[in-house]
Design a protein around this ligand. Sequence first.
Ligand code: 9Z3
Length: 317
Amino acid sequence: MAEPRISSIDGKLAEEFAVPSHVDEVKEKMAAFARYHAEAGRKVVLITSGGTKVPLESRTVRFLDNFSSGRRGASSAEYFIDSGYAVIFLHRHRSLFPYTRMFLTINMLDALQFRGGEDTSEVVVNQQVLPNIAKVLKRYDEVKDERLLLPIEFSTLSEYLHLLKAAAQALSTLGSKAMFYLAAAVSDFYIPASEMPEHKIQSSDGPLQLSMKMVPKILSPLVKDWAPQAFVISFKLETDSAILIAKARRALDTYRHQAVVANVLDSRRGYVVVVTRDTQAELILTEEDVKNEVEIEERIVSNLTAAHKAFITQQVG
Ligand code: 9Z3
C-alpha cells in the first residue's frame, strides 16, 4: 500500500513545483558534507529556517510570504555547532544567518572608520558600534576552517520542497546520526504551476480572488521513505495557545517522528514546549535569563541534543 502514496508526493513535487536547476549539484554538496563529517565521527543536523515565498504569477510580480525572520534557525545553528554538530543551514535568502545575525541592524559605514595619512590609508572597525565583533569573527573563522557550516539558500516554496527532499536523501547514509530540525515557516497553500497565470495579474480585471491548493505534507515521506532512521523534529506554530499542545500531539501521531517544538507567535522568544510521545518539557526564559541575554534556542538545542544522544544509543542497541 505504501507505493502509491510515495509516488503521489514525488509525482506532485515534480509536476506542480518547479524543480530548481541546481538541485543535483546541491544534493552532491550535501552528501559530500555528510560523508566528511561522518568520517570525523560527527553528527549532522539539517536546519530549515525562514519563510517560503509562494508566487502568484509565473513571471512573478507578486507573492505570498510570512512573518518568519529566521532567528530561531540561525541562533540554533550556532548552539548546535557549539554542541559538536556539523550544520546544513537550509535558509530563506536574506533571512537571519548564523553569526552575522547579531549585526544585521547596524549600518556598516557607521561601524567603520577611515584613517587616511600622507601616503597610506586604512579602514578600521569602530568597536563601540560592534562591541562583540572580535569574539564573533574568531568563532566564525574557526567554524569556516573546520567546515562545520554548509549554507544552502531557498526563496520559493518549490525550492524549499525540492532541496529538503535532496537533503533528506543526501543525509540518509548517516542513519540515526542525522537530525532534521524543521524550523522554517512553510506555506500551507500554493498555486500549482499549471494553474498560475503567466503574466502579471491585472487590477483592471477587478478584485482578486485566489484559490490555493494544500501543500503536500512533506514530513510524511521524509520520515517514512527519505530518511527513515533519522531523528526528526518539526515545529508547530499557533496564535491560539489553547490548541497548541493538541496540535503538536496530532502531528506526532500522524507522522510518528521524534519531537515537536510547539510555540505561540507572540511568546516564541521566551517560551516553547518540546513534545515527544511520552514527555512534554516546558522551556521558559526567566526575567533573569533575559537580562543575561540567554536565548531560548540554547535551551531547545540542549534538550534535543540530549534526546538525540539517547535515540542513537537506543538504535544502536
Ligand atoms: C516555527 O514554529 C518557528 O519557531 C518560528 C520561528 C517560525 C515561529 P523566527 O523565524 O520564528 O525566529 O521569526 N516554525 C514552524 C512553523 C510552521 O510553519 N509549522 C507548521 C505548522 O505549524 C508545520 S511545518 O503547521
